[in-house]
Design a protein around this ligand. Structure first.
Ligand SMILES: *Cc1c(COP(=O)(O)O)cnc(C)c1O
Length: 412
């Protein structure tokens, strides 16, 4: 397959593995039966779904009966939060973090309007949580602790089992948005404190529009979508068979390839990062570099606009991301970088490169070749440079204080 671009935006979405696509095709052509049907024609489709369930379960170290197929990570997160609240209706407190995906934050904001109390844990300059703050927030009224495993923008990995142990000691349900972690770091749900875990197909080389929700055995689960008895009554709606089969194949491939792939990606990511830092002045890495996804680097280039960098990279066919969200016609810096309390010029000049197993050394070479010139050109054009301290002070003092409830959320 021809690559039309240098794709370094794999935390936004990934290229479906060609093997995944081939595995899916029969279910879009000959094998179109309804898995709920009594006849053999439908039954064989049901068997394919079951095999996919086993593959996803194996990747996670879970039992097949603990896996529910969903339409996306967003559905998984919405379902998990509602299910946790339904499991303990006498409790009305939720703990989450300021750096979650909008499909967690916006659900929590709506629940606040409905009378739930929500604590949005802060993060430090590295994007890392303070477990003391978590412990101080937990009460016997806490129904749910919901945190991501790894951050989509900085790659920062949270200490999941420590968080879970604290949540469990207060009897709270522990939900983890692992959309960015699955296939990028090895972990197992065997013996884990996690009750509910979300993953999404399109972040691990399966197609868009399919995901899974892990529900720990014994958890009193209440379904979100009601209707037929699909997914053993836990998620109604005729199954997205081809995509589920694709997700199963993607899980199988991850199981085989992940260890090798993450070593390769980390090596390329580190080379990219180190060389950029060495060749370009006034830039720094955002996030917790000691606890980080192997495929992600987020770099703040001072005194330039991230969007201007993206547009320049785009001219070379290089895809990256700035994490900014377009809210009411203006570009708001990423809510994640804002929560990290980064200075104005970093907030506005940060770029995320996220690699995949398809990334090549030559692609990294190309980025390294063009980036110094791009940054130099943009800084030359900018009326503000590193000497212009007054400008910086003015903008910094005009910045609104970071309040999680008003944070515009960046979606991807
Ligand atoms: C992409 C993403 C989601 C949403 O998944 P979709 O399948 O796109 O709905 C949720 N959480 C995180 C951390 C993500 O990166």
């Amino acid at each position: 397959m021809m690559h039309t671009c240098i794709y370094l935006d794999n935390n936004a979405t990934t290229q479906p593995d060609p093997e995944v696509v081939v595995t899916m095709l029969p279910y879009l052509t000959d094998l179109y039966g309804n898995p709920s049907s009594m006849h053999t024609f439908g039954g064989q489709v049901g068997k394919a779904i079951q095999e996919a369930r086993e593959s996803v379960a194996t990747l996670l170290g879970a039992e097949p009966t603990e896996i529910i197929f969903t339409s996306c990570g967003t559905e998984g997160n919405n379902t998990a939060i509602r299910a946790a609240l339904a499991a303990q209706p006498e409790r009305n407190h939720i703990i989450t973090t300021q750096v979650e995906h909008p499909c967690v934050l916006n659900v929590c904001k709506q629940l606040e309007k409905q009378g739930y109390k929500v604590t949005y844990l802060s993060v430090n300059h590295q994007g890392q949580l303070d477990l003391m703050e978590l412990e101080a927030s937990l009460t016997g009224n806490t129904a749910l602790v919901s945190t991501m495993y790894a951050n989509n923008e900085t790659g920062t990995i949270f200490p999941i089992e420590n968080i879970g142990a604290l949540a469990k000691s207060y009897g709270a349900t522990f939900h983890v948005d692992a959309v960015q972690a699955v296939g990028k770091i090895p972990f197992s749900l065997k013996g884990s404190t996690i009750d509910l875990l979300t993953l999404s197909g399109h972040k691990l080389h399966a197609p868009k529009g399919v995901g899974s929700l892990y529900v720990k055995k014994g958890f009193r689960f209440r379904p979100f979508l009601l209707g037929g008895h699909q997914e053993r009554g836990r998620r109604a709606g005729t199954e997205n068979v081809a995509s589920i089969v694709g997700l199963g194949k993607a899980a199988e491939i991850e199981l085989q390839e992940m260890t090798k792939a993450i070593q390769r990606e980390a090596k390329m990511r580190d080379r990219l990062e180190k060389t950029l830092l060495a060749t370009i002045a006034d830039c720094e890495v955002n996030g917790d570099v000691k606890n980080r996804l192997p495929n992600t680097t987020n770099i703040g280039f001072k005194y330039v606009e991230g969007e201007a960098i993206l547009l320049s990279l785009d001219k070379y066919g290089i895809c990256a991301s700035s994490g900014s969200a377009c809210t009411s016609g203006s570009l708001e810096p990423s809510h994640i970088l804002q929560a990290m309390g980064l200075p104005y010029t970093i907030l506005h000049g940060s770029i995320r490169f996220s690699l995949s197993r398809y990334t090549t050394e030559r692609e990294i070479d190309k980025v390294l070749e063009v980036m110094p010139g791009i940054i130099q050109r943009l800084r030359d054009l900018s009326p503000f440079n590193s000497e212009d301290v007054t400008w910086l002070q003015t903008v910094n003092s005009n910045q609104p204080s970071v309040n999680s409830k008003q944070l515009p959320v960046t979606s991807e």
